[in-house]
Design a protein around this ligand. Structure first.
Ligand SMILES: Nc1ncnc2c1ncn2[C@@H]1O[C@H](COP(=O)(O)OP(=O)(O)OP(=O)(O)O)[C@@H](O)[C@H]1O
Ligand SMILES: [Mg+2]
Length: 473
């Protein structure tokens, strides 16, 4: 039971792995061999029966002929002639194994056996008195013998016995079988060749379709399947081509939309930066200028009233407060538009912002920027600066961290930025964090430059932000 199940399972696996073409070949071959075997066995059986009947008839006919010719020889006592006649008669048929004549007392008068008469034979196929013939099949060492007994002169002169061997018959059946087997072999070969060619023709469209699906899987939507006709394959190919066409259209639409999106994002970011620059300039030039003028006049006023200690003290206090306000303004302007870029480059700007945040928020910030001494494209520098800025803002706002490390270094084709804190972290599975704009805009800035952002965070274990920007961006 188990082994039967195993065999079925094995056959199923073989069947599943065999190509359509070989399945047909195996099927055709199995049918031909099965039919050939059935036909051969059937033909052998029919041939055997009919040849057996022929042997029966011939043994009887031979016995009758011997009885007719022998009666006179027996009457005249010509035993030599009788023997000669038996020899001649045996020579007339290849499969006549023996002929012998018994007289009416049962004694053997003449026979064709060379090395002595086998007396056992007399016990078989004895002709009952008054009967015209008798037949029996004898099983001997030499195979089956069809034995016929016929009376001579109504039995008064004795009995003729003739035995026909089946050896010839078996040879004939064997020869016929051999011919059948040969024909089956030839037919099998012919059928295999035909089935092979036929399946090649039949499976060609399928193979083409398979090739086309592979091409589509690899993203090639430009080569339709070249299967024509209105049969099932033709219809399949046509609907396949329609499918490719609609895929191609939607891919083009998606590409267009994504191009549009990148373009819009680019514009938004550019506009945002321009606006920040403008505000920074105004803060610096107008407000900064005005405050500086006030500061100078305060100084002059202070000098004038140097005699009046109280007034001079108040003025000094105002000047100090003004100085702080101006420093705050400068910091704000710097955040909006890091002018340090122009003098110090990205590394300098990052050092500056790290210093600022660590002073302002009592945070330990380790900054390591290796191998980025050369200037990067301005857009990439700005993106990295803004990403670090937002990451630090998030640390201040959400993390409650005591330490942050910022690492910037080229890795192969990309510039890798890692900002890591030891704060409380957050759950990336929960969707709540997607409401903010900060992480989203980090992604957008990186994507715009062909880069990517990976965020790793576990509640209670801090947050790490990995950013890759192509160096060619
Ligand atoms: N370093 C961090 N540590 C802990 N939580 C963080 C950190 N960075 C981000 N988060 C979580 O992810 C959320 C989304 O951050 P995101 O910067 O996108 O938005 P936001 O900071 O809340 O608002 P916005 O940046 O728009 O002012 C935050 O609300 C916070 O819960
Ligand atoms: Mg934020």
């Amino acid at each position: 039971m188990n082994s039967g199940h195993d065999l079925r399972e094995k056959l199923r696996v073989i069947g599943a792995n065999l190509s359509f073409r070989y399945k047909i070949l195996v099927l055709v071959l199995a049918i031909i061999i099965f039919m050939g075997l059935v036909m051969t066995l059937q033909a052998r059986a029919v041939l055997g029966i009919s040849l057996g009947q022929q042997l029966d008839q011939r043994s009887l006919a031979t016995a009758r002929a011997v009885a007719a010719q022998g009666s006179e020889l027996i009457l005249t006592g010509n035993l030599y002639g009788l023997h000669q006649m038996l020899i001649d008669m045996q020579a007339s048929g290849k499969d006549i194994r023996y002929i012998f004549i018994q007289d009416s007392w049962g004694r053997v008068l003449s026979h064709t056996f060379n090395g002595g008469f086998p007396v056992d034979l007399l016990a078989y196929n004895q002709l009952p008195p008054g009967k015209k013939e008798s037949q029996q099949l004898l099983l001997t060492d030499e195979g089956l013998i069809h034995d016929a007994a016929v009376p001579i002169f109504g039995g008064r002169l004795g009995v003729v016995r003739v035995g026909l061997s089946e050896v010839g018959l078996r040879q004939a059946v064997f020869a016929a079988t051999a011919r059948f087997v040969m024909m089956i072999t030839i037919f099998s070969i012919l059928f295999i060749v035909m089935a092979y060619l036929l399946t090649a023709i039949l499976t060609k469209p399928i193979r083409e379709l398979v090739g086309a699906t592979r091409a589509v899987a690899q993203g090639n939507l430009d080569t339709p399947v070249a299967v024509s006709g209105h049969d099932e394959f033709g219809l399949l190919a046509a609907s396949f081509n329609r499918m490719i066409e609609s895929l191609r259209r939607s891919r083009a639409e998606i590409e267009e939309l994504s191009n549009l999106r990148s373009e819009l994002l680019d514009r938004v970011v550019t506009a945002q930066e321009a606006e920040r620059r403008r505000i920074a300039r105004e803060l610096h030039d107008d407000a900064g200028g005005a405050l500086t003028a006030i500061l100078l006049r305060l100084k002059a006023l202070e000098d004038k009233v140097s005699g009046e200690k109280e007034v001079a003290g108040s003025l000094a206090e105002i000047r100090a407060a003004l100085g702080e306000a101006m420093a705050g303004l400068r910091r704000l302007a710097l955040e909006l538009r890091p002018a340090v870029f122009d003098e110090l480059g990205l590394t300098g700007a990052l050092q500056q912002i790290a210093r600022d945040y660590s002073d302002k928020f009592n945070l330990k910030i380790h900054l390591a920027a290796r191998g980025v001494e050369e200037r990067l494209p301005p857009k990439a520098e700005l993106a990295i600066y803004r990403i670090v800025q937002e990451a630090l803002n998030n640390v201040i706002k959400h993390a409650g961290a005591s330490e942050v490390s910022i690492l910037l270094e080229p890795r192969g084709e990309v510039l890798r930025l890692i900002v890591e804190d030891n704060g409380r972290g957050f759950d990336l599975e929960a969707s709540g964090y997607k409401k903010g704009l900060g992480l989203f805009s980090m992604r957008e800035r990186a994507t715009l430059l062909g880069g990517k952002v990976i965020i790793e965070s576990t509640p209670g274990r801090g947050t790490a932000i990995y950013v890759d920007i192509p160096l060619t961006a």
